[in-house]
Design a protein around this ligand. Structure first.
Ligand code: CTP
Length: 397
């Protein structure tokens, strides 16, 4: 619930502004007071009248509106809020935030505040992917802004990809998490995620189908519960969580180094799909095709990062959690794997192609500990992450 919370909601100019109307309703249903701010461009998509009717409050629009200055002042306006939420956030407002510009009411409020800021980006996929936007994104994240979404999907402009604003209820969930209980405050948690890429030569590599979705959702859920998360990720398909320290790696060896640099931690969760083998003596030059002459690749075993950490004599994390991706005899294999690796829990799942789990948005897991095997119903990877994060919080408390 968001009782007694005042949210300064800045709507900027994008087609997703219409979802902003629903967002106002949803926030108010949960008890929040919403002070709306519209940019000039946003007024092209939603009217001040509809926004103020839904918010039940005056809409602020202009930096130089003297009545507003007399009533409140832009500094006061931003400081009186418990949270500033920008939804939808255009590429333009993100650029202004990254640069610290203050040339209209919205950007001035964002610069004048010391309150927490969350943004829900919405833009065309090419604008989102543009290096300038990605630079601005990294900058504002580094400045402490929480970024919600965006989602992948069909866009109003007819294109497909990342850039769709998160749904109002996803934004509400992020806001509630922000104000919610933080049982992992003061705890440091390591998460590995994504696949690893093992080079054959400078242009070719061996990989696997992990998208990094489950590990990313878990990193986010742990951060939402207040943990300081070190997120070590291989080359994943999905953007890393916000509010975590991201360490990007490619190979299993780099992941192992990043993991040992992150220790000590209170808990470590190994969601990465680490390649079991690498090519021994990967070529430093591109292998040339020679007719009738097939390259013979010699493999070497990669270090088992989970097993190494789980079996540390000194400084072992209080809780070590592994994942087991299996295609048959899931419980038997995963139970044996937990014992073999020496971790406390194994989150087992069936990744047979017909389950649609690897690369999909849902997961069906069995949580295996030394004494039990709990089958969880099939649910979204976000829900699996939230429940697992809560269990980790319970175990560390
Ligand atoms: N893992 C790891 N380092 C490796 C291999 C796996 O840290 N080199 C971790 C994974 O992150 C996961 C767990 O070990 O948490 C199990 O991974 P999985 O690939 O299922 O186990 P393997 O030991 O590789 O067993 P197999 O491939 O034979 O099923």
């Amino acid at each position: 619930m968001l009782q007694d919370k005042r949210i300064l909601l800045i709507l900027t100019g994008g087609i997703a502004a219409y979802k902003g109307l629903d967002l106002i309703r949803r926030l108010r249903e949960r008890g929040a007071a919403v002070t709306p701010v519209l940019t000039r461009a946003a007024e092209q998509f939603v009217t001040p009248l509809s926004v103020s009717a839904l918010a039940g409050e005056k809409v602020y629009r202009d930096l130089f509106d003297l009545t507003d200055e007399a009533e409140m002042g832009h500094i006061q306006l931003s400081r009186s809020a418990d949270l500033i939420l920008v939804a939808p956030a255009t590429a333009d407002i993100m650029a202004k935030m990254a640069q610290g510009r203050a040339d209209d009411l919205a950007s001035t409020l964002l610069l004048a505040t010391d309150t927490a800021v969350m943004v829900a980006p919405a833009m065309n996929v090419r604008m989102w992917d543009h290096p300038a936007t990605q630079r601005n994104l990294a900058q504002i994240k580094g400045d402490g802004v929480t970024v919600i979404g965006p989602n992948k999907g069909d866009m109003a402009c007819g294109e497909h990809g990342p850039g769709r604003m998160s749904e109002p209820m996803e934004i509400v969930a992020a806001v509630e998490a922000h104000f919610g209980p933080r049982p992992l405050a003061g705890k440091r948690v390591l998460v590995t995620s994504g696949p690893t890429h093992e080079p054959i030569d400078p242009v070719r590599y061996i990989a696997n189908r992990s998208s990094g979705a489950q590990g990313t959702a878990l990193g986010q859920a742990l951060a939402d519960l207040g943990a300081e998360v070190v997120f070590v990720t291989g080359p994943a398909d999905v953007a890393p969580p916000s509010g975590v320290a991201v360490v990007s790696v490619e190979t299993a060896h780099q992941m192992r180094e990043a993991v040992s640099a992150a220790l000590p931690v209170d808990a470590a969760v190994f969601a990465a799909a680490v390649a079991d083998w690498r090519v021994e003596d990967a070529s430093v030059h591109k292998l040339k095709k020679v007719a009738g002459n097939l390259p013979a690749l010699q493999f070497a075993e990669n270090p088992d990062i989970l097993a190494e950490v789980a079996q540390m004599a000194d400084g072992r994390p209080g809780l070590v959690v592994g994942f087991a991706a299996e295609t048959d005899d899931v419980v038997a294999h995963a139970t044996a794997k937990r014992a073999r690796k020496g971790c406390d829990w194994i989150v087992a799942n069936d990744v047979s192609p017909e389950t649609g789990i690897m690369g999909g948005s849902e997961n069906a897991v069995i949580l295996i500990s030394e004494t039990s095997a709990e089958t969880w119903p099939r649910m979204s990877k976000t829900d699996v992450a939230a429940q697992l994060a809560q269990r980790i919080a319970d175990a560390l408390s």
